[in-house]
Design a protein around this ligand. Structure first.
Ligand SMILES: Cc1ncc(C[n+]2csc(CCOP(=O)(O)OP(=O)(O)O)c2C)c(N)n1
Ligand code: SF4
Length: 275
């Protein structure tokens, strides 16, 4: 890549993102990670579902496919298996990945499908006007939880660890240095790498939860986030953890289980069972 700005599709500016939205920060951290690794724009393919977070590939000068809502990982797995020479990078949201695409998420993690997934978790369906998602905190308000959310949220990073992903980390948009580092490690990892980014949606989430000013949302992320080393995550009752609305940040796993593509490469395709 000639220079950092080569990656931006300036012809598409301004972006659709609202003032104070965290998606722009994620996008900039990604540009930084990608260019510092000196990756080749012509050897990657970007995949996304539907949502504000899923719009990121539209602002990157490289090949991309904007799939249907929730199906990004299914399409990404197909691309990986048919073109293992390409690096597959997915941008998704908590709704796209954790709700309608939840099953694909579990199984792509379990299979260690070769791809890097960046999930922007803004605790809400931003694009469609602020409905509750699988990561909306307990008691939080949304258009579909006007009396407060009675459900408890999913922990997406923990789910990926448990399902078997090779690399899992979570940061907030405040932790830009750590985020860029994790993005780089994720991009260089074989198998399924997952980076969750807690990010503000002042329009869909903040306005209904007394944080209409984006600065209040950044302060909220600061108060809620606890480094993994200090969180005693594993000793805590998950219900207790969810009530506190804690965002545990850090790198949770970095291991080397065989990836889906490497397992298929090693398979003896000429020997069929029963022959
Ligand atoms: C099959 C289908 N169902 C519902 C929708 C409507 N829809 C579009 S985006 C979206 C939610 C996106 O939320 P999330 O993935 O969290 O992204 P955000 O906009 O918050 O970044 C929904 C429900 C759709 N496009 N397709
Ligand atoms: S609705 Fe929320 S997630 Fe979508 S652009 Fe606006 S602030 Fe960002």
């Amino acid at each position: 890549m000639e220079d950092f700005f080569d990656l931006y599709r300036k012809d598409r500016w301004p972006t659709i993102f609202c003032p104070g939205c965290g998606i722009g920060t994620v996008m900039n951290c990604f540009y930084r990670a990608f260019s510092e690794l000196e990756l080749d724009q012509d050897r990657v393919v970007f995949v996304s579902g539907v949502g504000c977070s899923s719009r990121i590939p539209g602002y990157i000068r490289a090949d991309s496919i904007h799939t249907t809502h929730g199906r990004a990982l299914a399409v990404a797995t197909g691309i990986n298996l048919s073109r293992p020479d390409l690096k597959v990078i997915v941008f998704t949201g908590d709704g796209d990945l954790g709700a309608i695409g939840g099953n694909h998420f579990i199984h792509a993690s379990r299979r260690n499908a070769d791809m890097t997934v960046f999930c922007i978790n803004n605790n809400i369906y931003g694009m469609t006007g602020g409905q509750a998602s699988t990561t909306t905190p307990h008691k939080a308000y949304s258009t579909t939880t006007p009396y407060g959310n009675m459900e408890y949220p999913f922990d997406l990073a923990e789910l990926a660890v448990t399902a078997g992903a090779n690399y899992v980390a979570r940061w907030t948009v405040r932790n830009v240095k750590e985020l860029i580092g994790s993005m780089k490690r994720g991009l260089m990892k074989d198998g399924f790498s997952f980076v969750e980014i807690a990010s503000p949606c002042p329009t869909g989430f903040g306005r209904r939860n007394k944080m209409a000013d984006p600065r209040q949302m950044y302060e909220w992320l600061k108060i809620k986030s606890v480094r993994k080393e200090k969180s005693q995550l594993w000793e805590m009752d998950p219900v207790d953890l969810n009530i506190r609305g804690q965002i545990t940040i850090g790198e949770f796993v970095n291991r080397q289980r065989p990836s889906l593509a490497s397992m298929l490469r090693g398979m003896k395709t000429d020997v069929r069972p029963g022959r």
